[in-house]
Unconditional design. Sequence first.
Length: 156
Amino acid sequence: MFIDQPEFAMNKFQTAESILAAKAAKKTTWAAIARAAGLSEVYVTSACLGENALGLAEAKKVAKFLGLKPAVAAALTTPATKGEAAPTVPKEPLAYRFQEIIYVYGRTMKELIEEKFGPGIMSAIDFTMDIEKVPDPKGDRVKITMNGKFLAYKKW
């Protein structure tokens, strides 16, 4: 049975470590955890790693699915300080490649978005992302679809 007040508070790092350990012990996937929560795989994974927050009902479902204590569920509901753990230049190869994409294509993305929509940005708040595996005889491909609301710059 879950309670709304944990016996001790956990920070986002401790929460993520607990979830990663439970995920490995259970030999489960992020997709299965997301199904238990009833939310998208990308969003639930992000919340479990400390970059987003879940509602209490979803957090309880994740903790129950993984067999974790109420303190984990409570911690999953706390707001995240997004990007706090990110180093200036990522050392982890996959994270570095995404940084490299921004270095190489960031200006291009900005130019094309502004050409199609006008001056503004793509929201990372009103945002969804899907990650798919695309089989290819030359080597499987990664397909990432980012879908964010366009936010025009305000004039005043």
